[in-house]
Every structure is written in structure tokens, then in C-alpha cells.
Design a protein around this ligand. Structure first.
Ligand code: UTP
Length: 296
């Protein structure tokens, strides 16, 4: 019997350099897609997957994330006293309470890499495998983490990473899985290569920001030497575990948007706008007027 995945780690301490100047004062994870910050989509996905404890690895300069995530009694009181009780209620419902919810904030004081950020969560996780969610990868659809945890349990996987197929010319942007065999949406792998040249890519299965990792990942991270960019890379530590605990890729069913980049953020916004009655009309009007202007 495989133990349930009880903890989700949210590494949110990075510098967000690809999205400067927007991220100079606003954490990348709080940038909104329509009216909802990226971190909220990630939290909703973890909740839908049945996660018990959420561990946020943040940075002292990014306290605004904690303010978004946790209940704000003062704001609630102000809204109530202005007759906006419904709004107060709505906000309180979406936020975590320090008493009723199992939420931990811990700090990564220096952005030493994603692997280092995950290691910072070590003392705060519940026993068993852990999930890691990168909030800047927004995945629409059936709830990627939930699907992945189901597959993890069925396949007795050691480390499992979310994967999607990319065009060969884009392998340089991703960690690429070295695939041995495939069973439905699960890929058995013996390692992964960080950002390979198209000619050297072992497959076209790129790793994106959802992981379910055997608890041995923390030991591996502790002895992990800096890799690409001088950072402690999570992918390096996962790769080392391939020979011991095993490694699998999971082809999720949803659509992923890289909201750490301008183009990805725009695509995510358009995708959500299409499904939002308030926005879809605006989008249609815009597309129509652009079409007419082009035709003229
Ligand atoms: P990214 O590499 O996409 O984020 O890491 P970044 O470093 O903030 O962004 P760029 O590349 O400079 O634009 C993915 C996730 O890992 C976190 C980030 O906050 C983001 O949520 N992260 C990254 C950490 O928590 N600590 C780190 O040292 C690096």
C-alpha cells in the first residue's frame, strides 16, 4: 500500500528576472491571470488533489505572498463595517486560517536554486512522498497534481515528474527525460538532461513544474553540488535517484502555460478569457476589429 502524498511544497523565493520590471516590487507568484494571482491557481490545484499540508518556501522580500495566502482579519473587519460582508466572506473562504489550516511559511534567504528551495522545506513536511508545485507553470484542465498522484500510487513510482511533448527545436528550454519505455501516460525513465541541444535530446518529453518525489529527495539534495547557473538544481537530484528509487514521467491531460514569461502569461490570459463570460465578449470584439482592420 503506497502512503498518500500529504504535503505540497511551493517554492516561491526566486528572483523572477524574466518578468522584470513587473517583479521588482511584486512577487512573480502574485501576478494575476485575469483577476486571480498565479499562486492561487496552484493552491486550488493542491487542494483539489487532497493535499493536507502546504509548505511555502519564500523570501523575506516577498511577504506579500503570505499576506495573499493567509486570512486578513483587519481587511475582513473593514469590509464588514462598510457593508461589504459578502466580499469579506468570499475572501475569508479563499484564504487560510492560522488555526484551522495546515500551512507553513519558511524562508530561503538566498535564491540558491530550486533544489535548494525544496531542501529548505525538509523540516516541515509530513512523512512520505511530497509534491512540488511551481506556481508560474499554470496548468489548465483536470487538475494535473491530482491526476499525477493517482498515477503515482498505481505505478509505485519513486520520483515522478510531469511531462509534455515539445517540438525538437525547443528542447533547449527544458529538462528532457531519458525515456526507456511507456505504459499509457506513464513513461519509465533512467534520467533527465537539463536543456539539451535538439541534436542531443534523449526524447521530446519535457519536464514541467509538477513533481511527486520520494522522501529520499531531501538526502539527495543535501549532497547535491551546484549545477547549471551555479544553482542547486532539483532535476540533478531527481536524476540521481533514477537508479535507486526509480523515475517516471507523467503525460498530464491539461494545457500548460509558462507564466514566468511574457508570451506564456499572455497565452494563459487569453485562454482563461475565452472561458470567462465577462471577458470573452471583449476578446471577440477585439479579434473582430483587428480582423476588419487587417482586411481593410
Ligand atoms: P524559476 O527559475 O522559473 O523562477 O523557478 P525564478 O528564478 O524566480 O525566475 P527567473 O528565471 O529569474 O525569471 C521556478 C520556481 O522556483 C522558485 C521560483 O520562485 C519559482 O516559483 N525558486 C527558484 C525558488 O524558490 N528559489 C530559487 O532559488 C529559485
Amino acid at each position: 500500500m503506497i502512503a498518500p502524498v500529504r504535503t505540497a511544497i511551493f517554492p516561491v523565493a526566486g528572483l523572477g528576472t524574466r518578468f522584470l520590471p513587473a517583479t521588482k516590487a511584486t512577487p512573480k507568484e502574485l501576478l494575476p491571470v485575469l483577476d486571480t494571482p498565479l499562486i492561487q491557481y496552484a493552491i486550488d490545484e493542491a487542494q483539489a488533489a487532497g493535499i493536507e499540508r502546504m509548505v511555502f518556501v519564500s523570501h523575506p522580500s516577498k511577504r506579500a505572498i503570505e499576506r495573499h495566502v493567509m486570512d486578513d482579519a483587519r481587511l475582513r473587519y473593514e469590509l464588514q463595517s462598510r457593508g461589504k460582508s459578502d466580499l469579506a466572506e468570499e475572501l475569508a473562504e479563499a484564504a487560510f486560517s492560522r488555526i484551522d489550516d495546515d500551512v507553513v511559511f519558511t524562508m530561503q534567504n538566498e535564491p540558491l536554486g530550486l533544489g535548494h528551495a525544496v531542501l529548505c522545506a525538509r523540516d516541515h513536511v509530513l512523512p512520505g512522498a511530497v509534491a512540488v508545485i511551481l506556481p508560474d507553470d499554470l496548468i489548465r484542465g483536470e487538475g494535473c497534481l491530482g491526476e499525477m498522484i493517482d498515477a503515482y500510487k498505481r505505478n509505485n513510482a519513486g520520483h515522478m515528474v510531469a511531462t509534455m511533448t515539445v517540438p525538437r527545436e525547443e528542447t533547449k528550454k527544458y529538462g528532457i527525460l531519458s525515456v526507456l519505455s511507456q505504459d499509457g501516460s506513464v513513461l519509465l525513465a533512467d534520467g533527465m538532461v537539463e536543456k539539451p541541444d535538439p541534436a542531443d535530446a534523449p526524447s521530446l518529453d519535457a519536464v514541467v513544474g509538477r513533481y511527486v518525489l520520494d522522501a529520499s529527495i531531501f538526502e539527495a539534495l543535501e549532497t547535491q553540488t551546484p549545477g547549471a547557473g551555479g544553482e542547486i538544481q532539483l532535476t540533478d537530484a531527481i536524476s540521481r535517484g533514477a537508479g535507486t528509487v526509480g523515475l517516471a514521467g507523467f503525460r498530464f491531460s491539461g494545457e500548460r502555460f509558462d507564466c514566468g514569461s511574457k508570451a506564456g502569461m499572455l497565452k494563459a490570459t487569453l485562454s482563461l478569457a475565452e472561458d470567462d463570460p465577462e471577458c470573452s465578449e471583449v476578446l471577440d470584439e477585439f479579434t473582430l476589429s483587428r480582423g476588419k482592420a487587417l482586411a481593410a
